[in-house]
Design a protein around this ligand. Structure first.
Ligand SMILES: *Cc1c(COP(=O)(O)O)cnc(C)c1O
Length: 362
């Protein structure tokens, strides 16, 4: 049926984001390894802050997030005045697209990049442009080749999701140095903490006027359900983003719980150590049984099968055993399964099922 009421250009091109499957019908004991959540959940300090927040639910929240920004700045050695907080880093990505890209503009991201870049670009009326990767790794030359005089934003997740691969800071610097003058480079550091010694791009942000970093509390800090993320950038960019941000975009609960999570050194240390240990264990064992992986710098492993049919059959075997991993067809990787590094028992179960599955492959 035709109607005169139509959305803005681009909106109807958006394919709805599919989150990681959370449940298997009829199975109470399913293990969810499909959304890169911290297998240990939120830390005790965050949980206690969450309970305390119940006393203040009638109060409007801080509009400038000063306390949370101060805590982020202190933890990561940044300038609090150049931090912006959002309802997940997804919201910061939305602010960036809304503020910097519109009809006629292009938003570049890498071939197997995070789906939200494309969605947010289309929502802003801009044209998404995917640049090819090299062996599932960001290719700076391909990104530069994809840039035109209409490119306004370039999104790179480093480490990338769903590949887990990473490019060195020197490559990011080369990218920032060679972008067209009107283009802003966004370094999505959702998994930055898992990459030992990597600052998420903070030093590059400090050194330049055309780089922004986004970060999240959803992964290492175990707060995916709370929805808190942040961005760090040059003052001129943060000022612009602040104009499109709603004044009450984060509740007091979100701000206080996130701040508490930042101070929970024990939970952070345990989460990092277990992830590093089990990530390399899982990758090595998978390689031993003939399932290839790329070196992962995040909290998941991308398992690569012979072809899409084999990946699908392995996914079915995992589901039959109550294990939910992520199919990544929508990222252009139908021969792969993305497996979140769970706790030790989850990793052992995953390996056991895939080992049995591979033994029956010709
Ligand atoms: C999980 C993830 C995020 C985090 O999104 P939030 O909105 O902060 O939960 C951002 N970027 C990438 C690449 C991710 O995988």
């Amino acid at each position: 049926m035709s109607t005169a009421i139509q959305p803005q250009p681009g909106i109807l091109d958006i394919a709805l984001y599919q989150g990681g499957t959370a449940k298997i019908a009829g199975r109470e004991d399913a293990v969810k390894l499909s959304s890169n959540e911290n297998p240990f959940g939120a830390g005790d300090m965050a949980r206690q802050a969450y309970l305390r927040a119940g006393h203040d639910l009638h109060r409007y929240p801080s509009t400038d997030h000063a306390s949370l920004r101060g805590a982020i700045a202190a933890r990561f050695g940044l300038d609090a005045a150049r931090i912006i907080c959002g309802a997940g880093s997804d919201e910061v990505i939305t602010f960036l697209c809304q503020a910097y890209a519109g009809p006629g503009d292009e938003v570049v991201y890498s071939q197997h990049g995070f789906l939200m870049y494309r969605i947010s670009a289309l929502a802003a009326g801009a044209t998404p442009v995917a640049a090819p990767e090299q062996d599932r790794t960001t290719d700076v030359d391909a990104i530069l080749a994809a840039c035109t005089d209409r490119t306004r934003l370039v999104f790179i997740a480093n480490p990338n999701n769903p590949t887990g691969t990473m490019v060195p800071p020197s490559e990011l610097e080369r990218l920032a140095d060679n972008l067209p003058a009107q283009a802003l480079l966004v370094l999505d550091g959702a998994y930055a903490e898992y990459a030992e010694g990597y600052d998420g791009g903070a030093a590059l942000v400090d050194a330049r006027q055309n780089v922004v970093m986004t970060r999240t509390f959803s992964k290492l800090f175990g707060l995916g359900g709370l929805r808190v993320g942040w961005g760090y950038g040059p003052q001129h960019v943060i000022d612009v983003l602040g104009r499109v941000r709603g004044p009450f975009n984060l509740s007091t609960t979100q701000q206080d719980v996130a701040e508490a999570a930042l101070a929970d050194d024990a939970h952070i240390a345990r989460s990092l150590a277990e992830n590093a240990r089990l990530r390399s264990w899982l990758a090595e064992r998978l390689n031993t049984i003939g399932v290839a992986t790329d070196p992962s710098f995040a909290n998941f492993v991308l398992a690569r099968f012979r072809d899409p049919a084999q990946a699908e059959a392995c996914n079915a075997a995992l589901l039959a055993d109550g294990l939910i991993v992520r199919k990544v067809d929508s990222y252009g990787l139908p021969e792969c399964l993305r497996i979140t590094v769970g706790d030790e028992s989850a990793c052992r179960r995953v390996l056991h099922v895939i080992t049995q599955f591979m033994e029956h492959q010709g």
